[in-house]
Every structure is written in C-alpha cells, then in structure tokens.
Ligand binder design. Structure first.
Ligand SMILES: Cc1cc2nc3c(=O)[nH]c(=O)nc-3n(C[C@H](O)[C@H](O)[C@H](O)COP(=O)(O)OP(=O)(O)OC[C@H]3O[C@@H](n4cnc5c(N)ncnc54)[C@H](O)[C@@H]3O)c2cc1C
Length: 478
C-alpha cells in the first residue's frame, strides 16, 4: 500500500543534510546505503512499503534535538521509528528521514519502593522485563512483539496487549516522560511523588500521539508484581456469543484475572499448521478463548472451578506455569506470525462494545466474501477489552475496498476504528468519520502549536489526508 517511487539519484539525500547529521551523531549512525536502509522502509506486515531519505540513529536526547533542528532547517519530514513492529504504517517513511530510537536503550535502576523504572525509549519491552525480573516485578503491558517493540513505540501507539484487563494500556503505566519537540526543545514530566496532579499531563498528551507531537526519549514506568503462580486455560466455546457471555462471569469469579483472549477457528488452524502443533481440541471450536489468572498463591484450582458450568463451554485444557502454559499461549500469541507466513494481510485493529461482537463478526463473513474469491478471514484479539484484530488474506494489499467495508461495519456496530495499534497512515482518512469535529479541531490545534512546520511524521494521524481510495502519498509524503 502507498507505494512511492524509489527516489532517483538526484532525489537521494542531500549530501549536506547527511553531513550535518553525521556531525551530530557520527558518520556510522547516518545510514544511506539502500541495502542497509531497506529494513527501515517496509513495515512488519510488508503492506506498507516506502523509501527513506536516510536513517539517523541518535544516542541521546540532546542528539535527537540537534537532529530535529538540522532536519527542520533543511525541510522535509522526520519519521520516528522504534522496533518497526507497528501495524498501521505509522513508522514507514515516504521520502522522509527515519529517526531510529534503538540506541536510546539505557535501563535505569529499579526503584523497589515505588515499583518504578526509568528506561530509554529505544529499550525493547523484553529487555525491560528481563531487567526488572530479579526484583519480582514486570511491566503492566505485555505484547507478543516484546523482543523488538520499543518502550517509545509502545507509548506512541498507546499499546494494549494481553494484560489490559488487569493493568490498562501503556498510558496507564506512565509516571514520567521525556521528549524532544519538533524544534529540538527538550520537555520533561518528572513528578517527585506519585500524587502529582494538576495542569496538562504531558505523558497523556504524548501517549497515542504516534510520533506526531514529539519524540519520546525516556520514560518512567510503573511496574507490577511478577506473580509467583499463574494458571491458564484454553477454552472451546460452541459460539462467540457464549464466549462473550462468559466474560462478566469470569471477571466476577476470578479476582486475579489477567487475560481473556480470543482466536477464531481459522486462526487456531493457521497457528497449528504454522507452528507444527497438534490441534488443542478434537473438534475445531467456533471460538477458542484463553483465560489466565495470576497471583501469589496457587490459582489453577480456582480457574478450573470458574470454568465449570459456563454455558456453551465444550471443552477446555488448563495448565499452570511451565512449558504447558507456554504451549497454550502459543495458540494465541503466534496468530499474527502465522498469518504473516501465509501472505500480506489487510489488518484492522478495532474496538467493539462487547454486546455487539457476535453480530459484528457474523457480518464480517459476507463482507469478506464480497472482497474476492481468494479472500480469507481470520479474527482474534483481546476479547475482554472488546478489541478484535480482523485480518483478511488473499486480497490485493494495495486495494482498500475491504478495509473500508470493515471499518464501515465497525462504525455501524458502534465501535472504534482503532483500538490499540493506532491510526497511522492506514486509517488516517477515516479519522473524520470516527471523531467529532470538536475533537479533531483540538487535535489539529495541538499539532499546529507543537509542530507548526509539520516536521514530525507527516500524513500520520492526519485528518486532512485525501478521501477514500485516493490516499497515496504525494511528494511530501502526505
Ligand atoms: C507479532 C506482533 C504482535 C503484536 N501485538 C500487539 C498487541 O498485543 N498490542 C498492541 O498494542 N500492539 C501489538 N503489536 C503492534 C506493535 O508491536 C505495537 O504497535 C508497538 O507498540 C510498536 O512498537 P515499535 O517500537 O515497534 O514502534 P514502531 O513500529 O517503530 O512505531 C510505531 C509508531 O510509534 C512511533 N514511534 C516509535 N518510537 C517513537 C518514539 N520514541 N517517540 C515518538 N514516536 C515513536 C512511530 O513513528 C509510529 O507511528 C504487535 C505487533 C506484532 C508484530
């Protein structure tokens, strides 16, 4: 999607800009060689393929500021990029400079008294989890892309993941933040105490701003206990309605509930084939739901008791911590990877009011069939949060018709067009239909105030992008 022509030699980075940036970060950290920068130009799914003017990799907030000042002086756009695991084309450059944050990866000391840690924005989630594990702590947000996704990217997208039912999204984990604005100014919110309210809350402003308001350079994260006992069950329901009806019951009966995740029949079959794992159930269920609970006391019996007698439950496999738990989680966590192994998907991360989920998913089937004879639907997601990932394989990645039909269905069912992956480029042109005019006006005013020249992530989260079926970026990447 959005292919932009590879710039010819004349359009390749001005050697002046490359020289300016090399003077700031060192020549080894300004990348211009096409084969070296190729990995920064395409998104994780392969659907968004752009071109980078160059890639610059600063090591400190001061260097980030100097890089932005240099880029601003020469014009053009700057695309912040962390682990490049985003799924809405938000980190893909279209003739822009890529500012890679991966060298901002310091891990500060763990503050055990308040259960917090300060880390660089380029640290991966997995590195932070390993760093705090000896203190019996972990992060409130966990996602399958933990090995590559960075804390800065997760803040910028307000990432959700499998534990939101207990701990909320990335926004709720933020105690403090440091960021660099488009003009190179450093801003910090560094509260001296947890009780610290009043005024604009900078972490909330930047969470979910997808690199359009500032570049996050450091974050102070709230941590959560790393529970000693976990129990997980993969549950087969006869239909999605029964699975949804079970959610309030499970919430009531499991005080330490950590996850309620959903995989449809197609998703379960894909993972089993891709990972070479036996199907977990004899008969393929319409809805498989993974339920996890975690505490500082054994919780397996409690989980099994909570499942007992749930209407529509056909079968269940349960395990406590260890390899069996990992195997059960694989049926859910490896769906994204199994889909990518088959082809380039149309991937729509959407939110639905829980009561409308069964009707919405039922309506997806006919909509996808209409997209073409090869179209295949896979749906999975964070069921307790009403967050579904709708994937359509077998449809031309450049076509946007099926995306439009699905987003239209989402709005018709009272849902939201972006749940946890962000809006990026993929859904920018849908913003004006999904947000009130007042909200959009505030968003535009904030962008203009903080980035009047439109330097940061042009075209991302931008309600002004071209209307349906015509949003290929122009020369300025919008
Ligand atoms: C297998 C797999 C599973 C996933 N599971 C989940 C999931 O459960 N929940 C979920 O929410 N997401 C999930 N994702 C999506 C993705 O991992 C998240 O969106 C993640 O937050 C992106 O982090 P990143 O460092 O890769 O960011 P990138 O992809 O590099 O960038 C994402 C956005 O953030 C901006 N950005 C990056 N770093 C900064 C910074 N320091 N300052 C300002 N802006 C910045 C970029 O410009 C872009 O707009 C999954 C992805 C994969 C591949």
């Amino acid at each position: 999607v959005n292919p932009s022509p590879v710039p010819d030699a004349a359009e390749r980075p001005s050697s002046e800009l490359a020289a300016d940036l090399a003077a700031i970060v060192g020549p080894d950290h300004v990348l211009t060689e096409p084969s070296v920068i190729a990995g920064y130009e395409t998104d994780w799914t392969g659907r968004f393929q752009g071109t980078a003017l160059l890639v610059v990799r600063p090591r400190s907030a001061e260097e980030v500021g100097a890089v932005l000042r240099a880029c601003g002086a020469r014009g053009g756009g700057v695309v912040p990029q962390g682990g490049n695991t985003g799924l809405v084309g938000g980190a893909t450059p279209y003739g822009h400079v890529v500012l890679s944050t991966t060298r901002l990866d310091e891990l500060g000391p763990v503050d055990e008294v308040v259960a917090e840690v300060e880390v660089g924005a380029g640290a991966t989630l997995e590195a932070v989890q390993a760093h705090v594990a000896p203190n019996a702590l972990t992060t409130g947000v966990d996602i399958a892309a933990r090995g590559s996704a960075t804390i800065g990217g997760m803040v910028a997208t307000d990432a959700g993941g499998t534990r939101t039912v207990r701990h909320g999204t990335m926004r709720s984990q933020l105690v403090g933040i440091e960021a660099v604005l488009a003009d190179g100014r450093l801003v910090r919110h560094d509260p001296r105490a947890d009780a610290d309210a009043g005024g604009v809350h900078l972490p909330s402003l930047l969470a979910g701003s997808e690199g359009t308001l500032g570049i996050v350079t450091r974050v102070r994260l709230r941590l959560v206990p790393r529970w000693r006992f976990r129990a997980v069950a993969l549950v087969a329901f006869e239909d999605l309605a029964s699975a949804c009806a079970a959610i309030p019951r499970l919430r009531r009966s499991l005080p330490d509930l950590e996850a309620i995740e959903f995989v449809d029949q197609a998703g379960l079959a894909l993972v089993s084939a891709h990972a070479g794992m036996a199907a977990p159930f004899r008969a393929a269920p319409a809805a498989s739901v993974l339920v996890e609970t975690a505490a500082d006391r054994p919780v397996l019996d409690e989980l099994v008791a909570a499942l007992d007698g749930l209407p529509g439950l056909h079968d269940a496999v349960a395990a406590d911590d260890g390899p069996d738990r990992t195997r059960l989680w694989s049926y859910r966590e490896r769906v994204t990877e199994a889909i990518a192994a088959v082809g380039v998907p149309h991937k729509l991360d959407v939110g639905l009011p829980p009561a409308t989920i069964p009707a919405f998913v039922a309506a997806l089937g006919p909509a996808v069939v209409a997209a073409g004879p090869e179209a295949r639907l896979v749906v999975f997601g964070h069921l307790a949060a009403g967050n579904l990932h709708v994937n359509v394989l077998g449809v031309d990645p450049a076509s946007e018709q099926v995306d439009d039909v699905i987003l239209q269905l989402v709005l018709a069912h009272g849902g939201s067009i972006g749940a946890e992956h962000g809006i990026g480029r993929a859904k920018a042109r849908w913003l004006s239909r999904a947000r009130s005019p007042g909200e959009l006006a505030v968003q535009v005013a904030i962008k203009r105030a903080l980035d009047p020249g439109g330097l940061l992530n042009p075209g991302v989260l931008d309600p002004g992008v071209a209307p349906a079926h015509d949003h290929r970026p122009g020369p300025d990447g919008r």
